[in-house]
Design a protein around this ligand. Structure first.
Ligand SMILES: [Fe+2]
Ligand SMILES: [Fe+2]
Length: 290
C-alpha cells in the first residue's frame, strides 16, 4: 500500500469533486438510471484516475480499517494550531493540478461559506461552509487520498449498489464476510446513523474536531456531506431513524453550496476578513487540535 500510485491515484483532489459534478449536474435531482448511464458513457482521461481512486477506496475501506483509523485520529494528539494557522496548513495541500484553473482549498471553503451567507442562512451554517473540508489535512499526515476524500458509505453491512463503482466492492474482504455482508450486518433496523460507522475520511474527522461547538444540524452537514449514497440516492434509509431523516434535510440543504459554488474568481479576502475573524471567535476555540 506504500506504492505512490496507491497513495495519490488522483492528480488533484479536485478530480473527485469534478467527477461529482458530472454525476450530479443538477442541484435537486435524485439520480435516475438515465443520468447514471450518461455518466457511465462519459469519456476522458480524468475518468481513469477517478476509477482507480474508487478501486482503491472500495478495496481497502473495511470495517477493521475504519476502526483502526478512528482509534488513530480521533484522539487528536497529532498537532495543535491557532485556527487561522490551521487554514494555512490546509492550504499546503497542493497537488499536480493546473495552478491557473484550480482554486486552493481555502478559496473553495470561502466560496462555499459566502454562497451560504448570501442566501441569508444562519451564521453557524456559514461556519460549516468555511470548515467543512478542514479534514482534508489528513492528506498532510500522509494518509492516502482514498482514506481522505471520495463518497462515504456505511461499513459493517452490505454495500449498496447505489454507491459509485459498486463493482469494486467485490475486492473488499468484508464483501464475502458473513458478519458484514448482510443488509444490516453489525447493525439493527433503523438503529440511527449515530450507531453506524462510516468509511473513513475528511467528513468524520472534521465532525469530531468540532462536535461540541456547532448546532446539531451543522454537525450533520459536516459528518455526512460526502454521503451521496444517502443524501442523493436514499440507499440507506433502513439504517436511519426519524431524527436522522429530519437532520438530513439540512445535509441536503448544504450539498449544493459545496458542489455548485465553485467560481474561477477568487473571493476578496481582504474585504471579508473582519466578518470571518468574528465568526471564528464566536464558534471555534482559539486553537484546533488535530
Ligand atoms: Fe468535503
Ligand atoms: Fe467541499
Amino acid at each position: 500500500m506504500k506504492n505512490k500510485f496507491e497513495v495519490v491515484p488522483l492528480k488533484s483532489l479536485d478530480e473527485w469533486e469534478d467527477d461529482l459534478l458530472r454525476r450530479y449536474p443538477n442541484p435537486d435531482e435524485i439520480a435516475t438510471s438515465k443520468s447514471t448511464e450518461e455518466y457511465r458513457n462519459y469519456n476522458e482521461p480524468e475518468r481513469d484516475t477517478v476509477r482507480e481512486f474508487y478501486r482503491l477506496n472500495h478495496t481497502y475501506q473495511t470495517y477493521d480499517f475504519v476502526m483502526q483509523k478512528e482509534a488513530e485520529f480521533l484522539t487528536f494528539n497529532k498537532k495543535e494550531m491557532p485556527v487561522w494557522n490551521a487554514f494555512d496548513f490546509l492550504n499546503q495541500l497542493v497537488d499536480d493540478s493546473d495552478p491557473d484553473t484550480d482554486l486552493d482549498q481555502f478559496q473553495h471553503l470561502l466560496q462555499t461559506s459566502e454562497a451560504i451567507r448570501k442566501d441569508g442562512h444562519p451564521d453557524w451554517m456559514v461556519m460549516v461552509g468555511l470548515l467543512h473540508d478542514m479534514g482534508k489535512v489528513l492528506c498532510l499526515f500522509g494518509e492516502p487520498q482514498w482514506a481522505v476524500v471520495g463518497d462515504t458509505f456505511p461499513v459493517g453491512c452490505a454495500y449498496s449498489d447505489k454507491i459509485v463503482y459498486p463493482e469494486f466492492f467485490a475486492n473488499n474482504p468484508d464483501y464475502t464476510n458473513p458478519k458484514y455482508n448482510t443488509k444490516y450486518g453489525v447493525y439493527s433496523p433503523n438503529c440511527g446513523l449515530r450507531n453506524v460507522h462510516m468509511s473513513w475520511g475528511h467528513d468524520e474527522y472534521v465532525y469530531h474536531m468540532v462536535k461540541d461547538r456547532l448546532p446539531e444540524q451543522g454537525l450533520y452537514m459536516l459528518r455526512y456531506h460526502s454521503f451521496y449514497a444517502q443524501h442523493r440516492e436514499n440507499a440507506y434509509d433502513h439504517l436511519m431513524d426519524d431524527h436522522d431523516r429530519e437532520m438530513f434535510r439540512w445535509v441536503k440543504l448544504f450539498n449544493p453550496y459545496d458542489l455548485y459554488s465553485k467560481n474561477p474568481t477568487p473571493p476578496n479576502w481582504a474585504e471579508l476578513k473582519p466578518y470571518y475573524e468574528d465568526l471564528v471567535v464566536k464558534y471555534l476555540p482559539p486553537t484546533l487540535k488535530f
